[in-house]
Design a protein around this ligand. Structure first.
Ligand code: ADP
Ligand code: ASP
Ligand code: MG
Length: 401
């Protein structure tokens, strides 16, 4: 007997037919004598629809109330799935995040899981129940409902698997694994049999939404046996593992992130302490900065350019304008028309020429690079948003993935 956590995303539970399909997968696993904990997302576009509904009433609703609203999406799926399983004659119970003991930080909208008190889930498993848990949600120490950020059900599933020391955590989605690029953009993208935690973490952080990046962090930390597979086909999925043995590929994948913005602070004094002031102000507002570029000083001034998430961009510019006398009258440009395209692969560390090959692909496609950043296992470029898909395809072709 194994303990298996199975997570089903929005498209996998989008209507009655898909819910019946999921009920089939879950009960097949249960029938084989396994203990099964299921984590569900909201149906189809429910989360987006709820966000729209909120905007009709209030353009800046409190984050607490947004969490109360959005958590409802997962609560609908969990109960409907329980009913479908009940109908098939199996013992089942659905639990909200708080009932399942998911304790989080109190940062509404982007809460992090602090601890999972597994007592209730274990008690239900002991009673031979199939346990369904609402993904994407938990409870803060103030007893408020929190949500874990978009795509957060992946993180709920992996964290529950880690807390229960589950034998396996399966992420069922609408593609049959992790590909060398988003198969919706690159038609000849290839499915990977395996990918390392580090590579998957980079891919997820750089825009491959197939797994939320925090789920991969937790999987790595607790060495969760993790796989990504399709709820609609029986195809073998992708295993996410500590060290890959099968594929010795230089580059594992190409991704794009279109929800970022570039901010330039123009003509700041070329004196010590400017970078500190800018990034300290942003840090205090909890704004994460990604690629940073400082121009060479000329005539006593310089420009500081950096990227942030698109959602933070206006808030960041406001924080800089209001936060420091030194920046108050400076020109602060916000450009949301940008995308970050990246390549990821643990193999590139020991190979030269990877960057130039990527840049050549962009040159061949006539795409201009605005900023570049590199690390041991990734290279990212900032380009015009309208060219993001073309860039992903060109780079994917160049590396013959
Ligand atoms: P779910 O609703 O099941 O959580 P998501 O929409 O969050 O599913 O994630 C699955 C989607 O991720 C796929 O439909 C695919 O278009 C996209 N995706 C982006 N990059 C990749 C990649 N490298 N491999 C697989 N899927 C990817
Ligand atoms: N329903 C949430 C979202 O759409 C969480 C998830 O699907 O994982 O982001
Ligand atoms: Mg998802």
């Amino acid at each position: 007997m194994s303990l298996i956590v199975q997570k089903f995303g929005g498209t996998s539970v989008k209507d009655a037919e898909r819910l019946r399909n999921v009920a089939g997968i879950v009960t097949d696993t249960y029938k084989k004598g396994n203990q099964v904990v299921v984590v569900v997302s909201a149906q189809g576009d429910t989360t987006d629809d709820l966000i729209e509904k909120a905007a009709e009433l209030n353009e800046r609703p409190s984050k607490r109330e947004m969490d109360v609203l959005l958590s409802a999406g997962e609560q609908i799926s969990m109960s409907l799935l329980a009913m479908a399983i009940e109908k098939m004659g199996f013992p089942v119970i659905s639990l909200t995040g708080w009932q399942a003991g998911v304790q989080t930080t109190s940062k509404h909208g982007v809460a992090g899981i602090k601890k999972i008190d597994t007592e209730r889930i274990l008690a239900e498993l002991d009673k031979k129940q199939i346990v369904i848990v609402a993904g994407f949600q938990g409870i803060s120490k103030y007893d408020n409902i929190t949500t874990l950020g978009r795509g957060g059900s992946d993180t709920s599933a992996v964290a529950i698997a880690a807390a229960l020391k589950a034998d396996l955590c399966q992420i069922y989605t609408d593609v049959d694994g992790v590909y060398t690029a988003d198969p919706r953009i690159v038609k000849n993208a290839r499915k990977l049999d395996e990918i390392s935690f580090d590579e998957m973490l980079e891919l997820a952080t750089l825009g491959a939404q197939v797994l939320q990046n925090r789920s991969v962090e937790i999987a790595k930390k607790y060495n969760v046996n993790l796989e990504v597979l399709s709820s609609l086909t029986k195809a073998k999925g992708t295993k996410v593992v500590e060290v890959t043995k099968m594929e010795k590929m230089l580059i594992k994948g190409v991704t794009k992130d279109t929800s970022i913005a570039r901010i330039s602070v123009v003509g700041v004094a070329d004196v010590p302490g400017i970078a500190f002031r800018i990034f300290d102000l942003l840090g205090k507002k909890d704004i994460n900065v990604d690629i940073i570029l400082q121009s060479i000083g000329r005539e006593g001034t310089k420009d500081m350019t950096f990227t942030v998430s698109a959602a933070d961009a206006d808030y960041a510019a406001e924080a800089l304008r209001e936060g420091s006398e030194l920046l108050k009258d400076k020109e602060i440009l916000v450009d949301k028309n940008v995308a970050k395209v990246s390549i990821v692969g643990a193999g590139m560390e020991t190979h030269s020429g990877v960057a130039s090959r990527m840049f050549e692909a962009l040159y061949d496609a006539g795409i201009n690079i605005q900023m570049i950043s590199t690390s041991e296992i990734k290279i990212s470029v900032l380009i015009d948003k309208s060219e993001a898909d073309r860039a992903v395809i060109a780079i994917h072709d160049k590396f013959d993935l």
